[in-house]
Design a protein. Structure first.
Length: 723
């Protein structure tokens, strides 16, 4: 393809486009740079990157896809690289000849750096880490692979080969918890780090440096003891296990074959309840299980079977005979590379007892090489399962936030019975956002892949549509007082935000207006909205941390206020006097701010709750509910401890019922006592829950018959108490 020498300073001269919109400042004394100062200084002193006129670098700002292409193309142009005469041209619907950046994107397509056959390029979307890996590998013809496996990049992930190549060149070593976080946006400071590593080996990190095994305390923090308990709460079976992420544990599957409830004990001696299976393979005797609350543990880096050698030193950390975190060392005494009909096995010299099953087997670098299986009674043979067999199981789990990690309950005797349901209506589109017309069977929805607004009547089994005019991306919608409010951003014009209002009955457009800020400039990247009476409140996404208020009848801005974080989901109190903004950006993960509002005037901010809350606030009566299962009193702001609901993906409230949905389970609680009344298995992954006349209405993602193509379906579920 192409062969470049990355030692050339010209590799990243084009970073000026992505990293320095204002290029008048060449000093290295940035007032806001704390991390990666050496890398940023290295690039700045060579004139590769600069900062802003106010002497800031703005290190956490995201880089856009367009800017990344411009970086690469400017360098390739300097190197004299040109496409072949019969090279294709892009077919993007959102980027046409004459548009800003079209020529650079066209050249990138012609050089084979990006795929020009997709329908959209999304020029002003942030560049994600997996996209960054692909574009660097393709553009600069990188080769090689890393021996380490990132916990959150499965072998089936589309970018896995590119990420492995980037790691093989020590351009990336991932995060401390051995994740790559492929869908995380690239920031300016991290982009600078990658460029510095490409230009100078001094900035590269060697991922294979051995850890100090004398610091066992650090390693054993990830190890747990697993117990199966009988009806009296007494242990009747035991195994070992280890964290693979926040509140997710890998252990042996056989320990769950008996017992009524199951718990783990961590290295501090604290006991935690287990909820159920995230994944399991009874043939391999491994299971991934979820704890009742998130527990911040990073897990171990993984090493593939092909990178092991006989004689390698290893240690096992387990709990034989109930003795917590016993450490034993030995060597790999055999590597049994069997054919495809049999499992590859690691033979080790460490004596393993039955209670070692599920324990981590680590190398000198503190990396996971296998999971303890069993030992022979005579003490001569001891085996471990290579990480290759569980890598995808770990990666699929690590990719999800704790609250979104689905699970199935352990089979156990309980007075609450399980029932299953069949779909009442299949939807011809994938739902992006959906709201319910109060006290009716009508839903209004946005699609993941179109600019269409849908009106769904699940009782009558009918769907009506309204096409939004122009090149727009719908973001969110609300229904209020007989009208549907759609918040969207334009594909062009820097993702400027607008609202269109439809008649809820006819779907006819009644008005449309742009969202302007204090300077009468269009706000960009809207994120969420709520409506009450004549006023609509809008939160913004990237680069704009504001809450805006508009009078939608007069189509004018009323007020605005700083938000604690960008990407905040919104909820509004029934009387319209309080707006709840929940941080969705993962900076705080679960911060909630409450804004006092009066007829569009945002009066003040009070810090409502921070910690263990989740991604959205839901209001009902005197309580505020968070997706992490926390409930607190809206008036006193105190966390409730006398009752508990599970972590959930969505929640709905009836007259005397609360419906809580998590993955494939819908649970019904009494609204007064919070007693669990019913539990229903819903096929697929539950997405949204609504309540209508004593019935729960669920939208779930399932697979179409005979294919792996997902679809959304509606289920109506009776919430009566089981007998």
């Amino acid at each position: 393809m192409r062969n470049f020498q990355f030692q050339l300073i010209s590799v990243v001269l084009a970073v000026l486009v992505a990293l320095a919109p204002h290029t008048t400042l060449a000093s290295t004394s940035f007032t806001d740079v704390n991390l990666y100062n050496d890398e940023i200084t290295f690039l700045t002193e060579r004139g590769i990157i600069t900062g802003y006129d106010d002497r800031t670098f703005r290190p956490t700002q995201n880089i856009k896809r367009m800017q990344a292409v411009q970086v690469i193309i400017r360098h390739l142009t300097q190197e004299g690289i040109t496409p072949s005469t019969n090279a294709p041209t892009p077919q993007f619907s959102d980027l046409k000849p004459g548009d800003y950046g079209y020529d650079e994107v066209k050249l990138a397509v012609q050089l084979g750096i990006i795929d020009g056959t997709r329908s959209k390029f999304n020029a002003w979307q942030p560049l994600t880490r997996d996209q960054m890996a692909k574009i660097l590998v393709e553009a600069y013809d990188l080769t090689g692979e890393s021996q380490l496996l990132f916990n959150d990049v499965s072998t089936s992930h589309w970018a896995q080969p590119y990420i492995a190549t980037l790691a093989g060149n020590n351009i990336t070593t991932g995060y401390d918890d051995n994740t790559f976080r492929p869908r995380t946006n690239m920031s300016r400071q991290h982009f600078a780090v990658f460029m510095a590593r490409m230009l100078d080996d001094r900035f590269k990190q060697d991922a294979s440096t051995p850890a100090d095994l004398t610091n066992i305390t650090t390693l054993e923090k990830n190890v747990v003891m697993v117990h199966a308990l009988n009806y009296a709460g007494q242990p009747i079976a035991q195994a070992s296990g280890f964290f693979i992420g926040n509140g997710i544990v890998m252990t042996t599957a056989s320990v769950f074959e008996t017992g009524n409830t199951f718990v783990i004990t961590d290295s501090d001696g604290v006991q935690h309840e287990l909820l159920g299976y995230v994944d399991k393979d009874t043939n391999l005797d491994v299971a991934v299980v979820k704890t009742a609350k998130p527990i911040p543990r990073p897990g171990f880096p993984l090493v593939a079977f092909s990178n092991l050698e006989k004689g390698d030193r290893v240690i096992a950390i387990g709990s034989p005979q109930g003795i917590m975190n016993t450490v034993s060392d030995g060597i790999i005494s055999g590597l049994h590379d069997n054919d495809e009909d049999y499992v590859d096995i690691i033979q080790i010299s460490i004596p393993l007892s039955a209670e070692h099953a599920g324990a981590p087997i680590l190398n000198e670098a503190g990396q996971l090489v296998g999971i303890a299986l069993y030992g022979e009674d005579d003490g001569s043979l001891h085996f471990a399962l290579p990480t290759d067999y569980v890598h995808d199981m770990i990666a699929n789990t690590t990719n999800m936030p704790y609250e979104n990690t689905g699970f199935s309950y352990f089979s156990r005797d309980t007075n609450v019975k399980y029932t299953t349901v069949a779909p009442d209506m299949n939807l011809p589109f994938m739902v992006k956002d959906v709201v319910q017309q109060p006290n009716s069977s009508i839903l209004y929805a946005l699609s993941e892949h179109s600019d269409i607004v849908y009106k769904i009547d699940y009782d009558k089994q009918t769907i009506e549509t309204h096409n939004l005019a122009g090149d727009v991306i719908p973001v969110a919608l609300e229904v209020h007082n007989g009208e549907v409010f759609i918040l969207y951003k334009k594909i062009t014009n820097n993702a400027a935000a607008e609202i269109v209002v439809l008649n809820a009955n006819t779907l006819e457009q009644t008005r449309q207006f742009p969202l302007l800020d204090l300077n009468d400039e269009a706000i960009e990247n809207p994120f969420d909205l709520v409506v009450h009476d004549d006023y609509v409140y809008v939160s913004t996404g990237e680069r704009m941390e504001y809450l805006f208020a508009y009078n939608h009848q007069l189509e004018t801005r009323v007020s605005q206020h700083f938000l604690a974080e960008e990407y905040s989901t919104l909820a509004i109190s029934e009387d319209g006097t309080k707006v709840f903004a929940t941080d969705y950006s993962k900076h705080y993960d679960d911060a909630v701010e409450v804004y006092e509002v009066d007829k569009g005037q945002i009066k003040g901010l009070s810090n409502f709750y921070r910690g263990e809350f989740g991604k959205k606030a839901s209001l009902h009566g005197k309580y505020v509910y968070g997706t992490n299962g926390v409930v607190f009193d809206a008036a006193t702001r105190t966390k409730q401890t006398q009752f508990h609901i599970p972590y959930y993906d969505d929640i709905a409230f009836g007259m005397d019922r609360i419906y809580v949905g998590t993955y494939g389970i819908l649970e019904t609680f009494d609204a007064s006592t919070h007693k669990l009344l019913n539990r229903v298995n819903v096929p697929g992954q539950l997405k949204r829950v609504f309540s209508s006349n004593g019935t729960a209405v669920v939208i779930s993602e399932v697979l179409e018959n005979g294919s792996n193509r997902p679809k959304h379906a509606i289920y109506k579920i009776n919430g009566e108490e089981s007998n």
